[in-house]
Design a protein around this ligand. Sequence first.
Ligand code: GUN
Length: 280
Amino acid sequence: MAARFLYGKPVAEKVYAELKRELRELPFVPHLHVIRLGEDPASAAYVRLKARQARRLGIQSTVHALPEETPEEELLARIEALNQDPETDGILVQLPLPKHISTARVLEAIAPEKDVDGFHPLNVGRLWSRGPGVGLDPCTPAGVMRLLEHYRVPVGGRRAVVVGRSNIVGKPMAAMLLHADATVSLAHSKTRDLADLTREGEILVSAVGRPGYLKPEMVRPGAVVVDVGITRVGEALVGDADPGVAEVAGALTPVPGGVGPMTVAMLMRNTVLAAKRRRG
Ligand code: GUN
């Protein structure tokens, strides 16, 4: 039996409708700043997408496109200026950063209340210790949770397996599933007998970023598969799931059109949330 597709677009549109209503009630216009370094075309495209969606909603957005060789101190100074600026609600530094810059230093420099990516250690700690919704939560896993909720995928008490342990997706995904009462395994490149583990997953989240990596024999029949991998292959965007996975899974998020739209929607949500909390 072929899997049911869990499309992200309609869910993202629902989030946007909610946000538009909230934005109409606000006596100010939230302002998001996105900083990127260098000329990586994929990063530039993602940043354009974020800025365009912000504008579409009536959120002000400013893109800071800085040269690849920008010194770390200069980037930190720019972040500090935005931290101090009362009109700035959200600050996002697009990753990955050039090698001469410490990602940890940069992420720790962003004021936690403006950290719309949810990557500052204070927000990471709040997520793990108190659960989602307390600080600002990372956008991609938050989008996955919203998607599961929308399609009424039960999470509590179920076996969830997350493949990939990045700070952007894998780790916060595990935290959110855990707080939703799933029994969570977090697998990675050093996991032994990976297929034995992934086949246990009633919910299987793949955040590896290698096209076709997730084979049908790694999937438990009927499982809900969330494909977070997005790799550009020529003109096409390709997920982690081999096409055969759709024949084994009970439900599957498509690439493109699954998790991707949710990530941007959650960034907009975080920006509005950060603005409301800070401007009170
Ligand atoms: N690069 C890939 N994903 C992300 C993300 O969610 N936020 C930022 N800032 N950079 C990324």
